[in-house]
Design a protein around this ligand. Structure first.
Ligand code: MLT
Length: 406
C-alpha cells in the first residue's frame, strides 16, 4: 500500500481561514437574519482600477489576434513588468542594488513564501515570528522540518516572540543561544500591523550577514505604509541584497487577490558556498511554474502608470480610512490595539480566548473577524479586524461590535 507524507499528520488543525469558513458556514446555516459582514481574511473588495482593467482587456484582445497572440511566456515573467517593478519599486526608492534580472513574477506571495524553503537543506534551523501569517510554519511542517506540536508550538521551529514590550518586532537577540539559518520576517506585520524601523531591520541584516543566514522578508503590505521614515523594502538597508529575499504582491496593493500576480526578489548577490540562490530559484521556478498569464502581467504593468498609481493610492487610502473607523470604535470600547496606521489590519487585545471572542462576535454581531491565536501562541487573547470592505460595511460592523461588547 502506498504511504502518505507523514508530516501532514503533524499539522495542528485545518488552515486558519478554512476553519474560519467552516464556522461561518455553520453560522449561516443557522438562523442568522442580518447581513453577514466579513472583516476576517484580508480579501480586497474594491474592483480593479479603471486603468488596470483597461490594460487587462487589451491583453486579452491581443490573445485574440494572430499577430499579437502569445503562448508560453518567459518563466521569470515578461521583461516589461520586471523592468517597471525594478524602476518604480526599487530605483525610485533608492534601492539601486535590485534590477530586473533579480525579479521573478509569480501567481502569489503565499505560494512563493511557501515554496522558497525548498531551496534549503531539510535539516536547517528555521526561525519565525509569533504571531505571524500561519503559512510559514505550516509549509515547514509539510517539508518535514518539525516534530509534532507541543503546547501549541512545533518542536524544532524557533519562535521569535512578538509582544507588547517589543512592539511585536522581535530582534535577533532572541537567537543568541539558538541560532537559526533561515528567518522569516513580515513587515508591515500580518497580523499585528507592526512595522520595523531602519535600525531594527539593520540589526537583522547585520545578524544574517554575520551568521551566513538568509532572511525571507514578506512585504506584501508595504503599500499601506504611510509613515515616510519606515522602510518599504528590506533593500533600503545596506547589505540586504547579500542575505535577504523579498516577497511582494499585487493582491492587497492593487486588488489582485482574484487575478493573481506577485513577485519575489532574489538578488544575484546572494551566494551560498559559491552557488547563486537566484540560479537555484530560477531552476525551481522554470521547472515547476509556467508563468503568469500575459493579460495579467499587462494589467500589473498598468499599476505603475501615472493614472494607475493615482487610482491605487486612492483605494489604499480608503482602506486606511476604514482602519480609522476600527481604531475609533476600539477607543470608544477602551480596548488596547496596534496597527491600522501602516497596515490594513488592527490587532486588538481582548484578554479572553481568541476563538471565544471570534464566536461571540460572529453570533452576536454577524461579523467575521480573525482570532489572534490562529497566528500563533502569542496571539492568544487578541483578535485581528481587517479594513478590507466598504466604508459602509466597516461602519455598520463596528457599530454592531461596539453595541455587543460595551
Ligand atoms: C490574511 O487574511 O491573513 C491574508 O489575506 C491571507 C493571505 O494573504 O493569504
Amino acid at each position: 500500500m502506498i504511504r502518505l507524507n507523514p508530516n501532514y499528520d503533524k499539522l495542528q488543525s485545518d488552515y486558519l481561514f478554512v476553519e474560519i469558513a467552516r464556522r461561518v458556514n455553520k453560522h449561516l446555516a443557522g438562523n442568522s437574519k442580518r447581513k453577514l459582514i466579513k472583516l476576517g481574511i484580508g480579501d480586497v473588495t474594491k474592483p480593479l482600477s479603471a486603468t488596470v482593467i483597461k490594460a487587462f482587456h487589451q491583453g486579452v484582445d491581443e490573445q485574440a489576434s494572430k499577430t499579437t497572440f502569445k503562448g508560453y511566456g518567459p518563466d521569470q515573467g515578461y521583461l516589461f513588468l520586471r523592468a517597471a517593478i525594478a524602476q518604480a519599486d526599487y530605483h525610485e526608492r533608492g534601492c539601486d542594488c535590485i534590477d530586473a534580472s533579480d525579479i521573478f513574477i509569480s501567481d502569489g506571495a503565499k505560494c512563493d513564501t511557501s515554496n522558497f524553503q525548498e531551496l534549503f537543506a531539510s535539516d536547517i534551523k528555521v526561525a519565525l515570528p509569533d504571531p505571524v501569517y500561519p503559512v510559514y510554519a505550516d509549509t515547514n511542517v509539510m517539508a518535514g522540518r518539525t516534530g509534532f506540536a507541543q503546547n501549541g508550538r512545533y518542536q524544532g521551529l524557533i519562535y521569535l516572540e512578538g509582544n507588547e514590550s517589543n512592539g511585536f518586532v522581535p530582534s535577533p537577540g532572541e537567537l543568541v543561544n539558538n541560532p537559526a539559518e533561515l528567518v522569516y520576517l513580515c513587515f508591515p506585520n500580518n497580523p499585528t500591523g507592526a512595522t520595523a524601523n531602519r535600525e531594527q531591520l539593520g540589526d537583522w541584516i547585520q545578524w544574517a550577514l554575520s551568521q551566513g543566514a538568509i532572511i525571507l522578508y514578506d512585504s506584501a503590505y508595504e503599500a499601506f505604509i504611510t509613515d515616510t521614515n519606515t522602510p518599504r523594502s528590506v533593500y533600503e538597508i545596506p547589505g540586504a541584497d547579500k542575505c535577504a529575499v523579498e516577497f511582494r504582491s499585487f493582491s492587497k496593493t492593487a486588488g489582485f487577490t482574484g487575478v493573481r500576480c506577485a513577485y519575489t526578489v532574489v538578488p544575484g548577490a546572494i551566494e551560498i558556498n559559491g552557488i547563486k540562490l537566484q540560479n537555484m530559484w530560477n531552476r525551481r521556478h522554470s521547472t515547476k511554474f509556467n508563468g503568469v498569464s500575459y493579460p495579467v502581467q499587462k494589467a500589473a504593468l498598468a499599476v505603475y502608470s501615472a493614472e494607475g498609481r493615482r487610482e491605487i493610492k486612492a483605494n489604499i487610502d480608503s482602506y486606511l480610512a476604514n482602519a480609522r473607523i476600527i481604531l475609533d470604535a476600539m477607543n470608544s470600547l477602551g480596548y488596547q490595539y496596534w496597527g491600522g496606521v501602516n497596515s490594513p489590519y488592527v490587532w486588538i487585545k481582548t484578554n479572553e480566548d481568541s476563538w471565544s471572542t471570534f464566536d461571540k462576535i460572529l453570533k452576536g454581531a454577524d461579523v467575521v473577524i480573525t482570532p489572534g491565536s490562529g497566528f500563533g501562541k502569542m496571539g492568544q487573547g487578541y483578535i485581528r479586524i481587517s479594513a478590507f470592505n466598504s466604508a459602509e460595511n466597516v461602519r455598520e460592523a463596528l457599530e454592531r461590535i461596539v453595541d455587543l461588547l460595551s
